[in-house]
Design a protein around this ligand. Structure first.
Ligand code: MG
Length: 255
């Protein structure tokens, strides 16, 4: 999954990383406010990233999905006690937009799966909220539901910066369930915890989950690239956002 950390790229833009005299890897600083314009100047912007970063279609699709999810949750919340139910949301490319990190990787010719680069971005706390995300989270909490984010950002290096980034963009969540480490990327155990056991660290009992929201098929319990379960769940309990830039679909063979 993680490929070569630093690719040799013959361009003046470059040097995404280098070794310092101490042998410790040093990452080049990045001005994320201009990095997507730099990518444009380089002529290397892909269609998928352009779509995700600037298109009206993305904005409309996110607003549409979050509005549909809000309506479905609101209809079910009326008959349920406050605090007895939850909504589970993914974080990256669901609530937060990391397309500037993608621009940076492409500008500097760095592998997009490089964990040090990803941490550099997370610690910058510069992800923006995706369209409709903050309003959705606010609406769910206003209806009496818990918003539980299940993300594969990592507990140790990423929790504090992630909470700070969410606060900056006006997103308040009740629980942030992160991956323990890079071997803990299967979310199903965390989904089971929420629905069957309860999240002890947040003093929450088992909760009925009225909606799951995500951009990857694996953001939904037990679904995968080979099994999308009951299609009728989509738009009812599962709400899928579009991500043409990356995902578990990238490992599928063409046919
Ligand atoms: Mg995601």
């Amino acid at each position: 999954m993680i490929r070569t950390a630093c690719l040799a790229v013959a361009t003046l833009l470059v040097a995404g990383c280098a070794s310092s005299p101490s042998g410790k890897r040093a990452l080049a600083p990045i001005d994320y406010s201009v990095v997507c314009q730099q990518l444009e100047s380089s002529g290397k912007a892909t269609g998928a990233l352009r779509w995700f970063h600037v298109s009206a279609e993305r904005r409309a699709a996110y607003e549409q999905v979050f509005r549909q999810a809000t309506d479905r949750v609101a209809a079910q919340a009326r008959s349920r006690p406050k605090g007895s139910w939850a909504v589970v949301a993914d974080l990256d490319e669901t609530l937060l937009d990391n397309s500037k990190a993608e621009c940076a990787d492409q500008v500097q010719g760095v592998d997009v799966h490089d964990p040090d680069r990803w941490t550099q971005w997370v610690l910058s706390e510069q992800a923006e909220a995706l369209p409709g995300a903050a309003a959705f989270v606010t609406a769910v909490r206003g209806l009496g539901g818990k918003v539980i984010v299940v993300s594969n950002r990592e507990e140790g290096p990423h929790r504090a910066a992630t909470l700070a980034n969410l606060a900056k963009v006006g997103i308040v969540v009740d629980v942030l369930l992160l991956a323990k480490d890079r071997s803990d990327f299967d979310k199903n155990s965390r989904f089971r915890l929420i629905e069957e056991v309860g999240v002890a660290a947040a003093k929450l009992p088992a909760l009925q989950v009225l909606a799951y929201v995500g951009d990857n098929i694996k953001d939904f319990p037990y679904l995968s690239q080979v099994d999308i379960g009951d299609p009728a769940q989509f738009g009812a309990r599962y709400f899928l956002l579009p991500n043409p830039v990356y995902g578990s679909w990238q490992r599928l063979p063409m046919r």
